[in-house]
Structures are given as C-alpha cells and as structure tokens.
Design a protein around this ligand. Structure first.
Ligand SMILES: [Zn+2]
Length: 252
C-alpha cells in the first residue's frame, strides 16, 4: 500500500534568524511558510494539522493567508468531510483551524493535551504560543468523543504511523507514510527548516532540548534518506519537491 502526499501552504511570516534558531546571533531575515499536509490513496483522506483561521492569521500577522480548507479543495478534498485529522502538536498554527474540520476525529498525543491544558498555562513562556479558546475547545471536543488520544507510536491506516518525538512541545509527533518513493516523514515542527535537521541545529522554542535532538535522529532513521524528509515551515519544500501550482507541493 502506498499513498500520495501534498503539502499545502496557507500563509507566510517574516522573522529574523536570531529570533528563531537556538543561540543564533545573525539578524538575517527569515521567512516561514505555514503548511498543512494531506495523505491520499487510502479509504479516505487523512489531513495532518489544521492550520489556523483567518482571525488567527490576522492576530498573528501572517501574510498571504489562504484558508486551509480552500487549499484542500484545490486537491479535491472537502475539509468538512475529512474523517481523520492528525494533530502534530497544539501550537496555534497547527491546531487553530479545527473548526474547518467539523467531521473529523483529531488524533493527538496524550502528553500534548495534558501539557497545554495544564502546566503550560502556568508559565508566561508558553502562553504566547497558545490561543486559550482553541485549547478550551480541545477539552470540549474530547468530551464529545472527537479526540483520539494516543501514546508513543500508533498506526492510523495501513502503513501510516504517528511517532511521538517531543522536544519542541511535550507531545509533538511526526508522521511516516509509505509512498512510491519510499517512506516519507512529515516532521511538522520537529524540524521547522532543513537547517534544523541537516545541521542538528535546534530552534529556540522548546520544552526539552535533548528530545529535540533525539527527534532529528528518529526522523532520519524513519525516512532512511534525507530526500524523503518534509520539514514544517521551510520555503525550500517547494523547490525540493514538485510545486504543481503556487502553494500546492506534490511530495510523492
Ligand atoms: Zn509551526
């Protein structure tokens, strides 16, 4: 069984290298691209991460925002009918778009839910990455049976697996997918840029640095070749893979 994967870009934001990479002094500009991913070829589409809403995008000063639901429509997927959405972690740019998927069950690591609905709120450091209303909504969705909590490694559909790595957030997970090219790993924020994984160079938004470093090892082991690693926020995804139209990148 092999699957097809698209990375779908829904926005962009500019920052500086010094504000992003761990112990980096360079003031060089750095542009982040914001993506969701969709896996096709199985019994139904599987979406990885929800993106965010237009209101979140405005509040967080994203530019070139396109609703993740509109991007999915361009590859023939109706967001409202997607039954399974995998949530890499609960930062606003990965979880804020939950309302676009009213028919989904959201699969996330138990540790991630516990972290963001508990201890993270005690610390100013973590509050800026959370939108409390969207975290309150995870609790509501959990009580209405629409959250599936997993621990460690889980198979979602034959061959498609999620793997806990932590590091960037307590319960961050990556997704491995068998494709015609071999096993592709969608790292989400376990590696925002190719620089992170290829130079073993962490970012400064972390809950646990050794976990982030171990996550790089795990991603490489799962993918088996760096050509099959799809990182979370790097504009280079569009040039390393096949951009079929602006913002729509065929991974495999
Ligand atoms: Zn992110």
């Amino acid at each position: 069984m092999t699957y097809q994967i698209y990375a779908l870009k829904y926005g962009e934001r500019d920052t500086k290298e010094s504000q992003f990479f761990f112990r980096e002094a360079s003031q060089k500009p750095l542009t982040l691209h914001f993506f969701i991913w969709v896996i096709l070829g199985g019994a139904h589409p599987i979406v990885v991460d929800t993106g965010c809403t237009a209101a979140d995008a405005q509040a967080k000063e994203l530019r070139a925002f396109v609703s993740p639901a509109d991007m999915l429509a361009k590859v023939g997927v109706k967001a409202a009918e997607v039954p399974v959405t995998l949530v890499s972690h609960l930062h606003w740019d990965h979880w804020g778009g939950y309302s676009l998927f009213p028919g989904s069950t959201f699969w996330m690591q138990r540790e991630e839910l516990e972290f963001w609905t508990g201890i993270a709120g005690q610390h100013e450091n973590y509050r800026s990455f959370a939108i409390p209303e969207s975290l309150a909504q995870v609790v509501r969705l959990n009580y209405s049976g629409r959250v599936k909590l997993v621990t460690g490694e889980t198979e979602v559909m034959p061959g498609i697996r999620m793997h806990w790595v932590g590091g960037h957030t307590a319960g961050l997970q990556v997704v491995s997918v068998p494709t015609a090219k071999g096993t592709v790993v969608l790292t989400s924020d376990a590696s925002h840029f190719y620089r992170n994984i290829e130079r073993r160079d962490p970012v400064q938004i972390i809950t646990n640095l050794p976990q982030m470093l171990a996550g790089f090892e795990k991603i490489d082991a799962l993918a088996g070749a760096k050509e099959r690693v799809v990182v979370g926020h790097d504009p280079e995804v569009a040039t390393r893979f096949d951009q079929v139209e602006p913002g729509i990148i065929k991974i495999a």
